[in-house]
Write a protein that binds this ligand. Structure first.
Ligand code: ADP
Ligand code: MG
Length: 786
């Protein structure tokens, strides 16, 4: 492929265009000549056109020539931007609030702020989520069917047929062929918009059927909205300004373009070695490209261009730096030791109604060891559902109690808080421990007295929800904080919990049943040490899981009946609360009636997220006491522990992720009794091979880690690390659903380690440090490097 030929072709096209195509009018054999120069450079379709070029009428030749010129230009145009010559401004200038910017008018400011963008810097990073290629670089003849394209066409005629599938049809041409626009509008007056001879630009998916090329409901776009690749931003917002989505998109785009003028002056702050090592483009250029791409490719649509990589890399590097600095900070502090840990543990085990598993003992040793380093422990305890994490936390609370310190246990829901409270009380109160419960539904007077006792140190263990991290809660000497099912809590909340103690810095334990594969866990929780409970309590029988179609429901009923006969309990889970949400799915409220009539002599209860907290608690207690069947949504998913429940029925099981189903299944099999999990799906699912394959993973294994790996493989980290989790970790563009991003996360972990080894306080990277503080200061305390 010769560059020379390319240059020759480009030069020739330029000459041909001069003087209103004078030379083109006079020359012969142009098509053949260009064909030979460009035969290994152009698409089949273009070459085909060139072959017949010389026999075509002039207007057609002109269109083709322009198109070919464009095709040659766009090749490798990506990121051919260079802002090195712009004088760089201090980074602080870019942290200026949107409100203070002169380029935007008040309306634009409000619009940008309504997107949650507070300053110039974060506006740059608000990169488009989608693009439309509206360049006019193709023709009816050459555009590929099945792809969305912009075409400049002239209207030949427009017809109205009230009985047709598409009453309005408009025929157009562009010199290379014909195109029909089809509209479902029933109103004849629409015809007036399509005047014969008018030139318009249409954008839509090009379709082809029996040699007819057409578009269904294409957009008619204005000249200024065409001719380039148009970015689309995530304009979802709570603020309901009365703008149509289309206008809103346009206005956001316009405002962003204005702000983008400043990007040229943004300094690069990532270490040069790192950019070079990973062949990443510079930040200002990358940002500019993403807001203003010159090339549309599959990579662009998939967030996979070098410019995207640059941003994602930074996102993850900052995250790793923050985690590692956090870890270092914690290890530089001191915390209380346990002097009589072994002794206290023996006492605790003495009252425990069962033998601890080897894994529980090992983890307890790891924890004691860690605490006795004299530095704050910061540890993740991972263990599959039912592996007995709570007991471990309880033992540690007891050890601290014995040495005069308080503990706090924070859980995500009221139901769980209450359940833990009861369990802690049952086991620990006989040992002299005072346990308190703090949730938002505790009455004000009770709360007052509770808070006082916590402050005075009369209450030794406080179990609670978010209420625990409210301003008013103060401890006398909190030495141990536990967060259960941590994936529901933000890093921010962890920080608040740790700030609750004035005299000592608490040891910290997060417990999670979310089986994140180990390497990912290590990168994501780089600030934490990890302990794993990899063993179930003795005598547990593996849960028997079966897949049923709705037509086989009799079998499910039979199995439930026989379990209820034995005095056991059953859960039935639905994806929805009530049918108002989505019609085709079953809902707990509707189906509850069915269960009541199926089991008239049994106590059937209903639980869902819309109930008041008090009410939820009551239902759970009733079910625990003498209930038989609990019809519920996924509110029972996390942590609920009722050992005599032996049946878990999940209806519309195909609507749940594997890991979520595994969590649900974990509500049974929590004792020595044989338990069952029945996954019920509509009969149509028979034909959905993929869905069946997915669900069979659950039938085949009880191992949460295997299931998580499978989930990760089949659908990305989904609910494990989905959208909401991005916010949790503080990412702006990275998304761990993408395999490449997970790979980059690993890289960044190593790069961050190396960077901090060479420059522990980031003295050589002042700007990088500024950005780090800007991004993470509210989540992680980084004040000591500032
Ligand atoms: P998870 O790890 O899912 O939070 P829990 O701590 O709720 O699990 O424990 C599940 C059930 O197993 C509880 O009823 C608990 O009392 C019981 N359990 C915990 N450890 C053991 C053990 N070593 N032997 C027997 N039962 C245990
Ligand atoms: Mg638990």
């Amino acid at each position: 492929m010769s560059v020379e030929n390319l240059q020759k072709a480009k030069k020739l096209i330029e000459e041909l265009k001069q003087n209103d195509y004078l030379k083109l009018k006079r020359s012969l054999g142009v098509g053949l000549y260009l064909f030979n120069l460009l035969k290994d450079r152009l698409s089949e379709a273009h070459l085909e056109l060139l072959k017949r070029f010389d026999t075509m009428p002039l207007p057609k030749r002109i269109v083709i020539l322009n198109e070919i010129e464009h095709a040659l230009k766009i090749e490798h145009a990506e990121l051919q931007i260079n802002f090195d010559f712009y004088p760089k401004k201090p980074l602080e200038k870019f942290f200026v609030e949107i409100d203070k910017l002169k380029v935007l008018d008040p309306k634009e400011k409000r619009l940008i702020e309504s997107l949650g963008i507070k300053d110039l810097f974060s506006a740059f990073w608000f990169v488009p989520v989608r693009y439309e290629d509206r360049r006019l670089n193709t023709s009816i003849k050459t555009a590929l069917p099945g792809k969305a394209v912009a075409l400049k066409v002239r209207i030949v005629d427009a017809e109205y047929d009230p009985l047709g599938n598409y009453p309005i049809t408009v025929r157009c041409e562009d010199g290379t062929g014909y195109l029909t626009l089809k509209y479902k509008f029933k109103n004849r007056s629409v015809l007036l918009r399509f005047k014969k001879g008018m030139q318009i630009i249409v954008f839509g998916k090009l379709m082809e059927y029996k040699q007819e090329k057409y578009m269904v409901h294409p957009e008619i776009i204005k000249e200024e909205e065409a001719g380039r690749i148009i970015p689309f931003y995530n304009i979802r917002t709570k603020d309901s300004q009365s703008l149509s989505a289309k206008t809103r998109h346009r206005k956001v785009r316009q405002a962003m373009q204005k702000l983008l003028e400043y990007v040229k002056y943004l300094p690069e702050y990532l270490p040069k070695e790192l950019l070079e090592k990973h062949k990443l483009p510079k930040l200002p250029e990358s940002l500019y490209f993403l807001h203003n791409p010159t090339e549309a490719s599959n990579e662009l649509y998939a967030f996979d261009t070098p410019a995207h990589h640059r941003l994602i890399y930074e996102d993850l590097l900052l995250f790793q730096l923050a985690l590692q600095l956090k870890k270092r900070e914690i290890k530089s502090l001191s915390a209380v030791k346990l002097n009589r840990a072994e002794e206290s543990l023996r006492e605790f085990l003495g009252v425990l109604p069962f033998e601890p598993t080897q894994a529980q003992m090992r983890v307890l040793k790891e924890i004691i060891n860690d605490i006795n380093q004299g530095k704050p422990m910061n540890r993740l305890l991972q263990g599959d559902v039912g592996s007995g994490k709570t007991v471990v936390a309880m033992a540690v609370c007891y050890m601290f109690f014995k040495e005069g310190y308080q503990s706090a246990v924070m859980v995500p829901t009221e139901i769980l808080a209450y359940q833990h409270y009861e369990n802690f009380k049952k086991l620990l109160e006989p040992l002299g421990v005072k346990v308190g419960l703090l949730t938002s539904s505790v009455s004000p007077s009770q709360k007052m007295s509770l808070l006082r006792h916590v402050r005075d140190g009369h209450i030794h263990v406080v179990v609670g929800t978010h209420a625990l991290i409210q301003q008013k809660v103060r401890f006398k000497n909190l030495a141990f904080a536990v967060v259960d099912e941590q994936h529901r809590f933000g890093v921010m909340q962890r920080k608040l919990l740790l700030e609750k103690s004035e005299s000592v810095f608490p040891h910290f334990l997060v417990m999670s049943a979310t089986p994140i594969p180990r390497t990912l866990a290590l990168s994501l929780y780089g600030d934490l040490d990890i302990s794993i409970l990899d063993q179930m309590p003795q005598g547990r029988k593996p849960i028997i899981t079966k897949l049923f179609f709705e037509s086989e429901f009799e079998k499910v009923i039979k199995a439930i009946s026989s379990e209820l006969e034995k005095g056991n309990k059953a859960y039935v889970i639905y994806p929805l609360i009530d049918s108002s949400e989505k019609l085709e799915l079953k809902s707990a409220v509707e189906e509850y009636k069915k269960w009541v009539s199926l089991f008239p002599n049994r106590k059937v209860l209903l639980l869902h997220g819309k109930l008041k907290d008090e009410e939820k608690k009551r239902v759970m207690e009733e079910f625990r006491e003498d209930g038989d069947i609990l019809v519920s949504t996924t509110v029972v998913e996390v942590g609920v522990d009722i050992p005599s429940a032996t049946v878990m029925v999940v209806e519309s099981a195909h609507r749940f992720g594997l890991s979520q189903l595994h969590q649900l299944r974990g509500r049974v099999g929590r004792s020595g009794l044989q338990s069952y999990c029945f996954l019920v799906v509509p009969d149509q699912i028979r034909y959905d091979k993929e869905a069946l394959r997915r669900l069979r993973v659950l039938v085949q294994t009880n191992d949460g880690f295997k299931i998580a790996e499978e989930d990760l493989r089949l659908r990305g980290p989904g609910e494990l690390l989905g959208e909401s989790q991005s916010g949790y970790f503080g990412f702006w563009v990275a998304n761990l659903q993408r395999e490449r991003d997970r790979y980059l996360l690993e890289l960044c972990k190593q790069d961050a380690e190396e960077l901090l080894r060479k420059d522990p306080e980031l003295k050589e990277h002042e700007d990088l440090k500024k950005v780090l503080l800007y991004r993470y200061a509210d989540r992680i305390d980084l004040s000591y490097i500032a």
